[in-house]
Each structure stands twice: as C-alpha cells, then as structure tokens.
Design a protein around this ligand. Structure first.
Ligand SMILES: [Zn+2]
Length: 109
C-alpha cells in the first residue's frame, strides 16, 4: 500500500466509524432528537461500500477500474474514495442507465 492508499484507508476508517455511530444513534434514539437524518439503509449501504473499498485496498486493486481494468486515477479517488470505475466507464454507465430509464419510461406496459 502506498502513501496515497494509506491516507485513503485512514479516511475510510474514520467514515466507517462515523457510519457506525450514526447507526447506533438511530437504534438507541428511535426517530426523536436525531442529528442523523438518513434511514438506516443509507448507512448500511455506505458501510458496504466502505468495506468493499477497504478490501480492494488490501488486495491492491483499489486504483483499478472494475470494467476496463485501467487506472481510476488518484484525483478521482481523492474526491470519491469508494469509486470503483474510472471516469470514462462511469460516464458510459450513466448514459447506459439513462437510456435504460428512457426506454423503460416509453415502452408500452
Ligand atoms: Zn474504466
């Protein structure tokens, strides 16, 4: 793990702690007096993404795009550490999803 990855790992561990604390707060306080405003599922999803990213850090494929196997890029990972696609694949995926949505919206039911 290089210095950049160490730094990301630190950030993720802090995020993980924060997500767990928020979940605890949700469990103990019910829905009253919360500083937490997201539903529990939001934090479970977040934790899952963090754990997945931590695993990829350990395996050494943190900076590798899941689709094209090219580098994701440190700049992108710095702003979104849980990204597992390079910006090009992410764009393609977004377009793909939009087309899918469009087709779905306009297909006869
Ligand atoms: Zn890619």
């Amino acid at each position: 793990m290089n210095a950049f990855e160490q730094q990301i790992k630190k950030t993720l561990m802090a995020d993980r702690k924060c997500a767990l604390e928020n979940l605890e707060q949700l469990k103990s306080a019910g829905n009253y007096g919360l500083t937490v405003c997201e539903p529990p599922q939001y934090y479970y999803d977040w934790l899952e993404r963090i754990d997945d990213t931590l695993e990829r850090l350990e395996n050494g494929d943190f900076n590798i795009c899941r689709l094209c196997a090219g580098p994701i890029g440190e700049e992108r990972l710095r702003s979104s550490p849980c990204a597992d696609l390079c910006i090009e694949c992410q764009k393609k995926l977004v377009v793909h999803r939009l087309i899918h949505k469009f087709n779905y919206a306009f297909s006869p039911r």
